[in-house]
Design a protein around this ligand. Sequence first.
Ligand code: ZN
Length: 325
Amino acid sequence: MESKMSSVRSYEMKTCDLEPISLKELSTTLQDHLSKIYGHVKVSVVNCPDLSKEPFNLAGSYLGGKTAIADLGGIPYLVPVGYAAAPIYPLIHLAKKMGFQDAHLMGAACVPFQITGSIADFMPNISYSTDEQTGKTTVNHGSYYSEMVDDKKHIMRHLASDCVTVLANVFISENKPSKEIKIVASKRVDKRGESLTIAIRDILRIAYPEKAISMGGMFLARKGKINIHVMPNDFSKTPCDTEEKVNEWLKYFEASAPIVGLVTLHSKDPGFNFRDEHTHCIGKGEGGHYHHDTTPDTIEYEAYLNIAQKIVRIDQPALNNEIPR
Ligand code: ZN
């Protein structure tokens, strides 16, 4: 497996520019569709609040300026067999290569096990700025990973590193104030809304079948509970070649609000064989990969999302980027 992987590795960076779409139009579309699956929905275009403040507490303040979603590596480096020789992707270096001198980066990834000693679900949450005169970069690290401490318990650990490995899905902006889509949704009445982010992805697909729309940002689950998974500390000892085996290997938890989700989603794949939705969560002492709410009556989200102007695919695996089914 390893020799096959290393022979297909390219570390190539491919870019796809996306057509713009008006936030006003998007907000109307999302309002129409989301109101069929949540009892209370309000979608609007607003000035982004300072997301570094309570109750959001992100490393950066805003989601505006130039925007991109970077999709790095992929599932084939994780399952069916973990790829122990996976390279490290330094996010700040890569974002600078994409033209971001200042940036707010956030999303879902695998923790750099080469640094931490074990694999884990990682929540990259970083802002940086570069001094024009000296070229010095100042970084604000707000990233966490969820580490299993025994078979039944996980804890959140802060990690002051911009490195990720195996796979990563990251929304990058210039951290500038701008208009965003704000979604407030509560009281879920339809199974299609179990995962807010998958519901949004599917609405974009239905409403704009010809268009590629990618969005990133965050949600805060203000009330209710969500289902998350946390990766064990090591790659699976036996091949995870079916969905059942993947689910057996992962550890599932119910996490409570308030909890923040770092979101990337895409309505269309431009041939990059990438992840069309990926959200990792940071809560109070718990967090991991977001699946769906478990409390339809009490769930309450507040989300701020922006449109990605481009998708950047880095180190695309040659194999199919899907969880085995
Ligand atoms: Zn994940």
